[in-house]
Structure formats: C-alpha cells, structure tokens
Ligand binder design. Structure first.
Ligand SMILES: *Cc1c(COP(=O)(O)O)cnc(C)c1O
Length: 818
C-alpha cells in the first residue's frame, strides 16, 4: 500500500486534493472496479478511447482518486483527488518499476512469439509446491498489462513469473525496467507482429532487450537465428537443444501415440521422462520449463515426476447453458487466490442472470493463514454481490461464518460426493453458477450434472475473437463515428443476448434486431444499449414502448399507425429511425415521398427522428461501385433536405460491413456492422478472426467392404474396403444435404474426411479410412478454423449468412473467452 503522496512523488505528479489516502488497487477500466475506496484510476488515452471520459463513471462507483493528463472540471468532484502527469501510461509504468524494486526475489521474465502464457502457467504448476508465486493474470503482457501484473507483488511472494509482449520497437526497454527479470525465457520467434518490425532479426533483438540486465536467459539453440543473435549480444544463456554445446542436450526424442519420450543429458547425467503431448509446441514449452526448474535448483527426480503430470491448460473461461435456465462457468482446474479473482471478475461481467452462485472448494495458497485467506475470499464474494456460496471441503467449512456475516447464503458439504447426493435439494434455477475448485475434488462430476446434456453437436463462439474483429472495424473508423451492430436473427445464429452483452461491454453505440421479440429478450437479459427494431409490427407497439425499443419507420402505413399509438398513450418525442429506399428496393420511403414525410414529421410532436438511413445493395462488389455511389448521393441529398426542414440534428448511416472497408467515405455519422464481427469479411480485405465453430462427435465407426453402399438410396458406393464414421449431425442441425456424396467434408485429427452417401436428418457418414487412430467420441469440426464457413457456403451454392443462421437452435451454444 502506498499513500497518494508517495505515489505522486514516484511518478512526478502534481497533486490536487487530499493526499493521505492509501491505495491498494490500480484500475484503467471503469467497468472493472471492485474496491472503489482503495482504487487509483488511471485515465489513459489511446487511439480509440479517452479514459478521462470514464472518470465520472468511476466516481459514481465511489472512486475518489485519479491520475489525469488534461484539465477536467474539478468542481463536480469536490471530494476527489487528482494527480496530473504528462503521460498516464508512463506514470503507471514508473509506479510499477518502483514497486518491483522493493522485492529481492527471483523474477522470471518470459518473452517470445508463442507459448508465453502456457510456459507461465506450467511453471506455476511445477513450482507452486516450493514457492509462493505471483504471476501475470491471463495474458497480461502489454505496456499496461505488465505494470498491472507487477503491482500484485506482495511481501509473501517468493517468486515472480511475468510475460512481456511487444508489437513494435522500443516497447521492451520499458517492460525490462518494470519486470527487471533475474531469469529470462525466450519461448520462440514466429511471425506474430512481424509487420511492426524491419525483419525477424530486429524483432528478436528487441525481444532480447528484456534480458539485458537479467542473469541468465533460457533458450533453444536449435533455432539458428536465436543462437546467432544471442551470441552476438553476449547474453549469458542456459540453452537446450540438439545442437552441440547446449547446457541441456537432447539425446533422443521420440513421438508415440501416447506422448513424447525424451532423453536429456545435463551435467553428464542422463535424465529421461515422458511428456503427455506429441505436438512440437508443447514439447518446446515443456523443455523451457524443465530448464527453468533446473536453474531454480529443483532436484531432477522431482522435476521428472512433476513434468510428466503436465496437461494442456484450459486457459479459457467459458460459459454454457445449463439446466433450468442456468448458466455455468466451469473453472474447476485449479484453485488459488489469483485465479479465483479472475473467475469472479468474469462471473461479474458475464453474468446473464441476477442471481449468482459460487460453488467453491478448499483453496490451496501458501504463505498466508487460513483465517486471512478465507476472510479475503469472503470480501471478494461480497464485493461481487454473490448471493449463494456452496462450499465443498473440510477447511472452508470452518470459516463459513465469514461469509454468513457478509450476508451470503451458505450451504456446506464435506465432499463432492455429499454435494452430488444433495443435488436435487439445491434447486438450481435462473442463476449463473461459477464452479471453482482444485482438481482433487473432481468437480467435473458436478459440471456434468449441471450442464444440459442435450446432444453432442455444439456451436462454439469465441467472444475474444468477436471483440478483436470489432476492434478491427473500429480502427477503420474516423474518431467519433458511431457503431450500430446488427444482432438480428439471434446474432446471425451464434447467440442473441450473449453476443449483445459483449458488445455492450465494449461500448458500441447501438444494436439492431429484426423483430420486437428479439429486442424484448435482449432487454430481459439486461441489455441497456439503445436498440433499433427493423420490422416493428403494430400489434407489438406496446411491447416496444414498454422495453424502450426504437422502431424503424419505412412507410406511411407504419408511420401513421405509430403516431396513432403514441397519441393514444400521450407519448411525446418517441425516438424513431427513418429508412429510405435508395436502390435496394426492399423497405423504405421513396424520394418522391420526402415532402409528405417532412410534413408529418413537422406536424406530429409525438415522434423525434433519431436517425435517417438507407441500405446499400452491392457494397461488396467493385464492379458495381458506381451504383453504390449513386445510392449514396441520393441519400445525401435526402438527408440535407430533411435536416434543413426539421431543424434538429439526427444520425445518418448507410454503410454495412463491406462498405466500412470498401467505401470509407460513406461512414457518415454511424455504420451498421453485421457479418464482419462474426468473422466473415464479404469484401475480402481484412484478416478477421474465426468466431464461430460448429463441432460434433463420432457416434460409431465400422469397416465397410468394397462394393457395399452407405446410407439412404445406396448413394454412397464403397470402392475399396473402408473405415466409415457416423457423425452426430444432419440436415436438421443445419448440415446441408447438398454436402452429400463427397461434396462436403469434415476435419478431424489434422485431416479432412469426405462425406460418404446422403446426409441424413440427424447423422452424416464420413470416410476416415486414411486417418489413423479415429475413435468413437472423437471431435469433428464441421466449420471453424480449418474449414472456413465461406468454403462450406460455396459448396452449398449460398452465402455464409445462410449457413450461419441455418444452424438449428437444438445445437448447443457454447461461449468462451481466451
Ligand atoms: C443485416 C443488415 C446490415 C448488416 O449487413 P452485413 O452485410 O452483415 O454487414 C446492415 N443494415 C441493414 C439494414 C441490415 O438489414
């Protein structure tokens, strides 16, 4: 804890207000503040956001202390304290650097293109029994993430493990000062962020700056570039590889179906073990970890024992629909204080329901007494307004009064078995449940009964990728341009409220849905962004009104009906959105109706025009650019006339996804982003991330002899003896029948398997003769990272929109963040 006065001195700030408060938490995001009294808020300016705009939001939550870089209206924050600095990111880094210097413990700094987070998490697993460790949460490795990670160091810690990521030159100098590592790890050098550097060598030299003061760098000398550059820079290394002269040399390495067998030599001694993995990246990551453990002085028998137990890390938190309208966040892989905090924050942000329950086992955390520990946990839960705690274990039960005293309902069980026996009596309903516990408690049994066991076909949505795509489009917009995101048709098939929550969190300006019902269900799920309804049916006007939904008005018929409704309820200035047809010829007023429309708008004060818009018919197609321009010109002249006549401002918008990248001058006041955030670039210009993945599993496998046939109508003729797998997906799920007989394919075990025979209603057969080790239950990708949805659409002679929205609602939706 530092007083504001100390902090101001450290960062060379000018302080205004009382400087005696003690600060425990730093925040850069007003959406993530949990202990406002002890929080210092840094107003950070980036290309797309100015943190000063969120000061009021933070203040309203009780934050009283701020770091700012420009003058604000102090008078409205009478009891607050402001420290003015030149650059708030620099200030954050200076503060973290100072904090780091207070600790004389080994600190591991991890850099490289891939694997940083995995190496960090594995080291944590390997070293946890011997050290009280402070590590970066999630993948906090940026100019801002690193200082926030370092800030978490406390007097109990005996080891620090931090990631450092850079995307352009010079960033590493700062991170080096902040982390000041005593041991370095260079995971590897790949293509990530190549665009920010002159060449690989420059990128590598930049990354190596992290280790310029460090005592030893762990790296693999089989990479020639690494070997060369490290040697040139005379960095002290602890190297491994097959190359001669490595500190740890690989004598033999052999991949088998059950993992990788490795023989190493260190200090003239042979060390052998088996890793659970056979992919190259995992082996590389594990060997970095091995060397780190050696450097830290662990006994080799212990390292071998622990390293064989490493498993892939479920780094992502995901939530699933569960029984009785519940949602489940399953994080039952480990249980320490920092991962509990992350999971609780996630629960707080993602909660789809008002009611929140945490199922929590005993926690293992060295260096802190149980009393302190559970007191802190009770604080964490009460700050996040958790209504119910269900505890499992013999230790946590001893501290249940901590939770009860804070108004939390507590139910305790000694074992997971006892919990399962009492399951029915716990009546889970309409709540979001966080399942958090150590592996030993086998909470997967709990997850299993909480999950809706519908069937095995799932549509996965990667919410981090969706956010990245949104950012990509945002970066194409001029400052101040608003974004409306189209979440019609259940968010293009992937999810309605679930997607809207993420968009709301990322502060888009508007949402749009097709029908009133869709808008109502978003409101019920707690979406408070303005929502436009494109097809408001008069019978649903009252519902629309009740839920603050804003209609699109596209004809006199609907205009008059709505005016009539507003009059009957004595409503004034109801926000509406007027649509003009400029060439799509679907919905909208025509140009020759403009005068009459203006008359009505001037006459009836029941309505107020919030926005005026039109829709482009061919924005994705360069051969029709002139048509697009013609539409835009007509639209502009309509808007100009309207503005002149109705004499108040409104929002103008015409661009859909493809127009955002292809026709930047048509951004106007707002754009309507649709398919792009879901990862499909119809204009083929951007590299978007894959957001939705359709997966299923194999129900049965059989040998079929040459000459036999597979499936209905005997269309699947088997030419040579074959291995045929039946997959749990059919045309009823949205796997189109056009994909029958070799036209479509699925992806498993790194290979493609063609469809054989006709697709059935609930099942499809694929030929897996050429693929090794296929087993019942194996996961199969229908579309996603390996088979792009665009490709599937092409095979079906349609567009990705139709494939996406055609996935049946019986297919279970899963959402996750990385
Ligand atoms: C669906 C829709 C959009 C979004 O289209 P994309 O091609 O998905 O970007 C924009 N405006 C209107 C009126 C729409 O109906």
């Amino acid at each position: 804890m530092y007083s504001l006065k100390q902090i101001s001195n450290i960062i060379n700030g000018t302080i205004l207000g009382s400087d005696s408060t003690y600060i425990k938490y730093l925040s850069i995001d007003s959406r993530k503040i949990f202990f406002p009294q002890e929080t210092l808020f840094f107003a950070i300016i980036t290309d797309h956001r100015d943190g000063h705009n969120f000061i009021q939001d933070a203040y309203e939550q009780g934050v009283k202390n701020f770091i700012i870089t420009k003058p604000i209206n102090f008078s409205i924050y009478a009891d607050a304290c402001f420290i003015t600095v030149g650059n708030s990111i620099t200030a954050l880094q200076q503060l973290a650097t100072h904090h780091r210097q207070q600790f004389k413990i080994p600190v591991i700094g991890i850099s490289g293109s891939n694997g940083k987070t995995i190496v960090k998490e594995w080291l944590n697993q390997l070293l946890e029994p011997d050290f009280n460790i402070c590590r970066s949460p999630k993948s906090y490795n940026s100019q801002v993430g690193v200082p926030l990670s370092i800030w978490q160091l406390n007097k109990h810690n005996q080891l620090g493990i931090f990631e450092a990521g850079i995307s352009k030159p010079d960033e590493m100098d700062t991170l080096e000062k902040v982390i000041s590592p005593t041991i370095g790890i260079l995971t590897n050098i790949g293509s990530a962020h190549d665009e920010g550097f002159k060449n690989r060598e420059q990128k590598l030299s930049e990354k190596l700056k992290l280790f310029k003061q460090g005592q030893t760098l762990i790296c693999c000398f089989d990479d020639e570039l690494v070997n060369k550059v490290v040697t040139q820079n005379s960095i002290k290394t602890f190297s491994w590889g097959k190359t001669n002269g490595c500190d740890v040399s690989i004598v033999h390495i052999e991949k088998q179906s059950d993992g990788t067998y490795i023989d190493l030599e260190y200090n003239k001694e042979r060390i052998s073990f088996k890793l659970f993995f056979s992919d190259e990246a995992s082996v590389e990551n594990a060997l970095h970890c091995f060397c780190t453990c050696i450097l830290l002085g662990l006994k080799k028998e212990i390292i071998v024992e622990r390293i064989q137990k490493l498993r892939s890390i479920e780094m992502r938190l995901e939530w699933k629909k569960a029984i009785n309208n519940c949602y489940l966040i399953d994080d039952s892989y480990n249980n320490d204080l920092s991962s509990l905090t992350i999971a609780l924050d996630y629960l707080q942000q993602q909660s789809q329901t008002v009611k929140k329950t945490v199922i929590l086992t005993d926690i293992f955390q060295s260096g802190i007494s149980d009393t302190e520990l559970y007191n802190h946990v009770a604080d964490l839960l009460s700050q996040r307004k958790i209504g119910r705690l269900i505890s499992i274990g013999n230790t946590i039960i001893l501290y249940k009064h901590f939770f009860i005293d804070r108004g939390i309902e507590v139910i305790t069980f000694n074992t997971t078995e006892n919990f399962l026996q009492a399951f029915e009596s716990l009546s889970f309903k309409d709540e979001t449940i966080l399942l958090k516990g150590a592996r030993a408690f086998e909470l997967e049994r709990v997850a299993h009964i909480l999950e809706q066991q519908a069937h095995h076909t799932i549509l996965e949505t990667n919410l981090s990728a969706l956010t990245d795509n949104l950012k990509k489009y945002r970066s194409l917009l001029k400052p101040g341009t608003k974004i409306m995101v189209m979440v019609k048709a259940f968010g293009y098939g992937s999810g309605g409220a679930e997607i809207a929550k993420v968009l709301q969190f990322n502060k888009v300006d508007y949402l749009a849905v097709a029908y009133v019902d869709e808008g109502v269900s978003l409101r019920r799920a707690g979406i408070h962004l303005p929502i436009m309804v494109m097809n408001p049916e008069p019978s649903a006007f009252n519902l629309m009104d009740e839920h603050n939904l804003e209609p699109e008005i596209f004809s006199f018929e609907i205009l008059n009906a709505f005016i009539h409704y507003c009059k009957s309820k004595a409503i004034k200035e109801f926000p509406i959105h007027i649509k003009f047809d400029t060439g799509m010829h679907r919905l909208g007023f025509e140009f020759n109706e403009l005068d009459a429309l203006i008359k009505s708008l001037l006459l009836y004060e029941e309505l107020k025009v919030k926005s005026v818009f039109s829709h482009l018919a061919v924005s994705d197609d360069p051969t029709h650019n002139s048509y697009t321009h013609q539409q835009a010109e007509l639209f502009t002249s309509i808007c100009n006339t309207l503005e002149e006549k109705i004499s108040y401002p409104f929002i103008r918008h015409i661009s859909n996804t493809a127009a955002i990248s292809r026709h930047p001058h048509l951004q106007l006041d707002m754009v309507r982003l649709g398919i792009g955030i879901y990862g499909v670039d119809t204009a083929n210009q951007l590299s978007l991330r894959v957001v939705t993945m359709l997966k299923s599993t194999i129900a049965q496998i059989r040998f079929v002899k040459a000459g036999e046939t597979v499936g209905y109508s005997r269309k699947g003729i088997v030419i040579k003896d074959s291995l045929i797998a039946t997959v749990r997906i059919g045309y009823a799920d949205g796997f189109r029948r056009q994909l029958s007989n070799g036209k479509g394919y699925m992806y498993l075990h790194g290979q493609l398997a063609p469809v054989i025979g006709n697709v059935c209603m609930d099942m499809t057969m694929i030929d897996v003769t050429h693929i090794k080790n296929v087993q019942v239950g194996d996961e199969v990708e229908i579309f996603g990272k390996h088979i792009h949805i665009e490709k599937v659409a092409e095979l079906c002679n349609t567009i990705p929109y139709e494939i996406m929205t055609g996935i049946n609602q019986r297919v279970k939706r899963i959402f996750f963040e990385e």
